[in-house]
Design a protein around this ligand. Structure first.
Ligand code: MEV
Length: 424
């Protein structure tokens, strides 16, 4: 249980001291955090069991987002991202959100669906009806595939059957709706779909073809809401401008894509840090960004409340798990989950969506005020300084010069660094 997510001054500490602050705040021991050091992180031999033809591992920075309160609980959020300013921006928005109570979430049950496509059904309406009449038989057959999931309270909840007209023919498509509990669920539902496909084909009177989950996980939705204090945002004008920023994203697909990218900056970073499937979450997000009128739109909404504060709301499918996949097999994912202290996949989903909302608000606020380039350029200057070879206290000195000289370029960084060193 995290005592507080307000770790002020964290960014000024060396990495080892930051880890100690995490230990103090979360009670997570040094052994659980050891994997955050590449020497003890994912080893090539372990990676060799995760994918094929392994030739190495790739390092991505893991940063800690601070200041988050989610459903009344303080939480420190590990984020894996190569993009500068993402972690700082999320922490900044979370600091503003906590003034009025932080983030609040709600969710559906963790229901995933698998599809079984049936071809060549002479009477598709009849095929659909026959399948629905055999609902219990198909559900029982599917549940037999995963007695452990059933024992933990999960299992098939429903059988749906859709008729999907296509340019080639009308397919009968059966859906198994499965409560996957704390798993992401792909393995569970795919196994079930493959196991029942032959019988589904027989009953429908056609040939089963594709048997796979749908990443349009629209029955596994998590929503996050936060009220952002007007004064901390910068005043009433900023609130109004943020409502305009949100409205443009809602109305215009060109803006919506960028707005949603900002949301995914937060979401994918937490999903990756916890060893979950970033592509599954991203595919679900894309599918959810189509509004009722069939147009691509923003995943979040913003409005002003009666007190003049900004209310932000984000909703999307969140198929993440705590068991299976790389969540257990990847040592860094285990560390990240220990820091988060989440006990269920649902709590992890809450954290992911709250981070997405924070990230979105932070980007919008930067865009609606000073623009993002100033913040980006100072972080970019840091990268240039480090790439030029600056270390330790040389980094801030080189960065300061690059910014004051308005020349954030590699050769200038090298020159400044050489001057600095010769002056010592
Ligand atoms: C950059 O990674 C993300 C932003 O473009 C998001 C946005 O425009 O809202 C800043």
């Amino acid at each position: 249980m995290t005592s507080t997510s307000r770790l002020s001054g964290l960014r000024d500490l060396p990495v080892a001291d930051r880890r100690r602050r995490i230990q103090d705040s979360t009670g997570v021991g040094p052994e659980a955090l050891a994997a955050l050091d590449p020497a003890h992180g994912l080893q090539v031999e372990q990676a060799d069991h995760l994918i094929e033809n392994v030739i190495g591992v790739m390092g991505i920075p893991v940063g800690l987002a601070t200041n988050f309160t989610i459903n009344g609980r303080d939480v420190l959020i590990p984020m894996a991202t190569e993009e500068a300013s993402v972690v700082a921006a999320a922490s900044n928005a979370a600091r503003i959100a906590r003034v009025l109570g932080g983030f609040h979430t709600s969710s559906t049950e963790p229901l995933m669906q698998a599809q079984i496509q049936v071809l060549d059904v002479v009477d598709p309406e009849g095929g659909r009806a026959r399948l629905l009449e055999s609902r219990q038989e198909i559900i029982d057959l599917a549940n037999e595939q995963d007695p452990i999931l059933v024992r933990f309270g999960g299992g098939v909840r429903d059988l749906l059957v859709r008729l999907v007209p296509s340019p080639v023919q009308t397919y009968v498509v059966a859906h198994l709706v499965v409560d996957v509990r704390d798993a992401m669920g792909a393995n569970a539902v795919n196994t079930m779909a493959e196991a029942v496909a032959t019988r589904v084909g027989e009953i429908a009177g056609g040939r089963p073809l594709l048997r796979i989950l749908t990443n349009k996980a629209d029955r596994r939705i998590t929503r996050a809401r936060a009220v952002f204090d007007a004064e901390s945002l910068g005043g009433p004008q900023v609130v109004d401008d943020l409502v305009h920023a949100g409205a443009l994203a809602q109305a215009d697909p060109y803006r919506a894509a960028t707005h949603n990218k900002g949301i995914m900056n937060g979401i994918s970073a937490v999903v990756l840090a916890t060893g979950n499937d970033t592509r599954a979450v991203e595919a679900g997000a894309h599918s959810h960004a189509i509004g009722p009128d069939g147009r691509y739109t923003s995943l979040s909404r913003f409005e002003k409340d009666a007190d003049g504060n900004l209310v932000g709301f984000l909703e999307l499918p969140m198929p993440v798990g705590l068991v299976g996949g790389a969540t257990k097999a990847h040592p860094v994912a285990r560390s990240a989950l220990a820091i988060l202290g989440v006990g269920t996949a649902q709590e992890l989903a809450d954290v992911v969506v709250a981070t997405g909302l924070a990230q979105n608000l932070a980007a919008m606020r930067a865009l609606a005020t000073e623009g993002i380039q100033r913040g980006h350029m100072s972080l970019h200057a840091r990268n240039i300084a480090v790439t030029a070879g600056a270390t330790g206290d040389e980094v801030p000195q080189v960065v300061a010069r690059l910014i004051s000289d308005k020349a954030i370029r590699a050769e200038h960084a090298q020159q400044v660094l050489a001057e600095l060193r010769s002056a010592r």
